[in-house]
Design a protein around this ligand. Structure first.
Ligand SMILES: [Zn+2]
Length: 118
């Protein structure tokens, strides 16, 4: 991230966890030093928060739809879930077959999905 100062309401292009590509974002809050602390994707409305310029968490716009994690279910990027152990999470990446990366708070965990029920 560049060392320039930002201000709330400014538009910048950056990586979006929901879209998994660089998209236009609207800066929502900045720190006293002019660093971005929260920005929202204009495309999918995923909000990202930052700590010293490092993305620390994402909050999807689909929070209300979060349902319990189910390994037999097929997930897609940006989908929210409630894990029995890790709590609320959001799928940040769909990897090779049956593997997904899910962000729980500030920790990304690799889970399985789309697994046939036995
Ligand atoms: Zn997005």
């Amino acid at each position: 991230m560049k060392a320039e100062k930002y201000e709330a309401g400014q538009k910048i292009s950056m990586m979006c966890s929901g879209c998994d590509t660089e998209t236009p974002h609207t800066i929502e809050t900045v720190t006293k030093l002019g660093k971005i602390s929260k920005a929202q994707c204009d495309t999918c409305e995923t909000a990202s928060t930052f700590n010293r310029g490092v993305k620390t968490s994402v909050a999807g716009s689909r929070t209300k739809e979060a349902s319990p994690y189910d390994r037999t279910r097929k997930y897609r990027k940006g989908q929210a879930m409630n894990h029995f152990k890790f709590g609320h999470g959001e799928v940040t990446a769909v990897l090779e077959t049956q593997k997904i990366d899910v962000l729980f708070g500030d920790t990304t965990r690799r889970l399985i999905h789309a697994q046939d029920a036995n």
